[in-house]
Design a protein around this ligand. Structure first.
Ligand code: 6PG
Length: 262
């Protein structure tokens, strides 16, 4: 068989790194997005069926934007119950909503404006507030506090991973990594790509019912390899601090990232 199938063939099996949780490795971006969208839709339908609403927190960066487009245009994902969804931000840059660096600006244009999520269910981070972390935490506690006791958590969190091992706006060696008693924190300092950030904290992310981590492209391979070796601390590589408490964790990787992680 191996004589007939060169190892670098696009049909050769993908060798995925071993990571905490489950790994979904696919050939290309389209297949990765399909797997992620199916899981998101399944979780959303389950949560709306069971609890009447779905609390979804999305990341920015760049990788997920074409995924959000797919959610809007691919008819296979039309059943996502947007009318019963609450949309939260995983993190945000403290910069105006009209600035291209603002995550919500893009999420609003790509998804919010076309999804039919009720306006009162959309929760951008209050970037111009003097204490945006306090304000956002209050909003989260109010919304999640209306749910039954064991369900007071986000249902689905979509994370990415930077090539320095950060996730959300949890950057290496920052104070916010130590926060255990707050749902939202601020992040700035020499290791943070400016501008300063607002971010969900470990306790909020780790409590989620489902944590999806989307990582694609060869440039992320070396960091994936380091994460898989688990030799660093979470202070060095904040993605290592993502440890679900009773929820599911699933990585969505493309072949390029997997190959470069070998
Ligand atoms: C952000 C993020 C951030 C992102 C990573 C990876 O706002 O920048 O939420 O944590 O997920 O930087 O971004 P990419 O997937 O675009 O490389």
């Amino acid at each position: 068989m191996s004589d007939l199938l060169p190892l670098d063939s696009e049909f050769a099996p993908i060798e995925a790194p071993t990571l905490r949780g489950r790994v979904e490795a696919r050939h290309d971006a389209e297949e990765v997005f399909d797997a992620l969208a199916s899981d998101l839709m399944g979780q959303a339908l389950h949560c709306v069926g069971k609890y009447g609403e779905f609390h979804l927190a999305l990341s920015g960066g760049k990788t997920p934007f074409p995924f959000y487009e797919k959610l809007m245009i691919d008819p296979r994902f039309r059943a996502i119950p947007w009318a019963s969804t609450h949309l939260w931000m995983v993190d945000e840059r403290r910069i105006g909503f009209d600035n291209d660096l603002n995550n919500y600006k893009h999420i609003n244009e790509i998804l919010v404006e076309h999804s039919g999520i009720p306006a009162e269910n959309v929760h951008p981070m209050p970037v111009e507030d003097a204490t945006p972390d306090v304000t956002y935490e209050r909003a989260l506690r109010e919304a999640l506090g209306r749910r039954p006791q064991m369900q007071q958590r986000l249902d689905f969190v979509l994370l990415g991973m930077g090539d320095n091992g950060h996730t959300a706006s949890l950057f290496p060696h920052t104070q916010v990594l130590k926060v255990r008693d707050r749902m939202v924190g601020l992040c700035e300092g020499p290791t943070v790509t400016p501008p300063p950030r607002i971010t969900l904290t470990y306790p909020t992310l780790n409590a989620a019912r489902f944590i999806a981590v989307l990582v694609m492209g060869a440039a992320k391979g070396p960091m994936l390899k380091r994460v898989a070796s688990a030799k660093d601390t979470y202070e060095e590589l904040p993605i290592l601090g993502i440890e679900p408490i009773g929820g599911d964790m699933r990585w969505y990787l493309d072949r390029a990232a997997c190959d470069a992680a070998r």
